[in-house]
Design a protein around this ligand. Structure first.
Ligand SMILES: CO[C@H](O)c1c[n+]2c([nH]1)[C@H](O)[C@@H](O)[C@H](O)[C@H]2CO
Length: 444
């Protein structure tokens, strides 16, 4: 069966600054928390880091040429805050600003729409030294940074994403500790989450005040939660899992309040952040679209000995190299749920993709598992559009293999294979297939 997409559907790919740029100490770039974190032994697989990564800072023209050949309509990338404002606030680094000017101009020359993420986890270390996201002042520094970026690029960039995955920024970075800055303090994570959301609201306010021609939104990683049975305990476990993964961010952004049930759950063992009067109004400022990062689902059951009484199960089925279950139905269910519970807003899949082990034979990479993963998820996206969801675009994670955070370069998500020894880029089978999907605007 052929799944056709709307004529103006934005097919794209996504990346992030720290994962691909390299040039970590070049042209005035300041240190980020990921430079600091990745250089501490033990934090990253094989003690790898983003010093060089995919050398995109020097190879961006070649990479945009690949995007052009692939036929993408949009390209989602992030700006490295410390590359453009090395201390996080104050002085601009013109060479850093010029890099993104050149990248944006090259994309537009090739007819590709830039979708720009302002924050994809690489906070300037200078701001971390003042408390980072647990310091409410950082919300103002973020608004200052956003205003500068709107001023520099707002004439050409028409789609802005304030934050990538506040859940990861907050919980992976401040509670679980596997991401920068590596804290293990749930109260700090809740405070960071509040300040990240508040900074989002302040950036949206600045965007509106500047009267720019463009659209602004936020990207949330969302994981639909399914109960292992219809027992009351398992249903409650799924509700809590949904609250922790999804509603703790969706409700503030779209309803202007934190979910009561989760305030009670978190309040039993952590400090709920003090909320100032205008905070929730700012956080729930009207946005033009929601970016959704979807990778898999959670299947859960009640277990009184597990965190929040929720045990995550590992059902039979196919798993990616990240040990994430392949579950395309979750994308359909998630999209319909967002429309039902949070409103009929424009949506973009700002990330979806899979890591599988790639084998290179005679410069060919037959990554059929990744191709099939994408095919199944594209089909579910088409079904969601058929059933009334305003899905406007889909960005495959990722354009190319890159620095996979604490996993270093051990996990490959790219449509394009990167030989890190030579920095050669090689088209995988999935990339050639995706080129045809885009050309036909359909999945067969
Ligand atoms: C559960 O996966 C998360 O939503 C997620 C997965 N991913 C992400 N978030 C990040 O936005 C990317 O930087 C990662 O490279 C990518 C692949 O791991």
């Amino acid at each position: 069966m052929v799944h056709k997409f709307p004529d103006d559907f934005v097919w794209g790919t996504a990346t992030a600054a720290y994962q691909i740029e390299g040039a970590a100490n070049e042209d005035g770039r300041g240190e980020s928390i990921w430079d600091r974190f990745s250089h501490i032994p033990g934090n990253v697989w094989n003690n790898q880091n983003g010093d060089v990564a995919c050398d995109h800072y020097h190879r961006y023209k070649e990479d945009v040429q690949i995007l052009k050949e692939m036929g993408v309509k949009g390209y989602r990338f992030s700006i490295s805050w410390p590359r453009v404002i090395p201390d996080g606030t104050g002085k601009i680094n013109q060479k850093g600003v010029d890099f993104y000017n050149n990248l944006i101009d090259e994309l537009l020359r090739q007819g590709i729409q830039p979708f720009v993420t302002l924050y994809h986890w690489d906070l300037p270390q200078a701001l971390q030294d003042r408390g980072g996201w647990t310091n409410r002042d950082t919300t103002d520094y973020f608004a200052e940074y956003a205003q500068q970026m709107f001023k520099q690029y707002g004439d050409r960039v028409k789609h802005w994403i304030t934050h990538n995955e506040p859940w990861c920024t907050s919980f992976l970075g401040h509670a679980i500790g596997v991401h920068a800055p590596g804290l293990k303090d749930f109260s700090a994570a809740l405070l960071a989450a509040h300040n990240v959301l508040l900074s989002h609201g302040k950036a949206v306010e600045v965007f509106r005040q500047m009267g720019l021609d463009g659209k602004i939104g936020i990207t949330l990683n969302l994981t639909p939660s399914y109960p292992a049975s219809n027992s009351a305990d398992d249903l409650q476990a799924a509700t809590i899992s949904d609250g922790f993964s999804n509603r703790w961010f969706l409700d503030p952004v779209f309803k202007g309040q934190y979910p009561d049930d989760m305030v009670k759950v978190f309040g039993t063992f952590a400090k709920i952040p003090e909320i100032q009067e205008s905070d929730m109004k700012l956080i729930s400022s009207n946005i033009d679209f929601l970016g959704i990062n979807y990778y898999s689902r959670s299947l859960v059951k009640h277990n009184p000995d597990a965190q929040f009484g929720v045990e995550t199960l590992k059902p039979e089925g196919q798993y990616t190299d990240m040990d994430w279950e392949v579950y395309p139905q979750g994308l359909y269910d998630l999209l319909l749920r967002i429309k039902k519970d949070y409103g009929d807003i424009d949506l973009y899949i700002t990330e979806n993709g899979a890591a599988f082990k790639d084998v290179v034979e005679n410069d060919q990479i037959d990554d059929i598992d990744r191709l099939n993963y994408l095919k199944k998820h594209f089909e579910k996206a088409a079904e969601a559009i058929r059933d009334g969801v305003k899905l406007k675009g889909y960005f495959v994670w990722s354009l190319m293999d890159n620095f996979e955070w604490a996993f270093g370069y051990s996990k490959r998500f790219g449509l394009i294979y990167v030989d890190y020894e030579t920095q050669r880029r090689l088209w995988k089978k999935s990339a050639r297939w995706y080129k045809d999907v885009i050309a036909n605007n359909s999945v067969d």
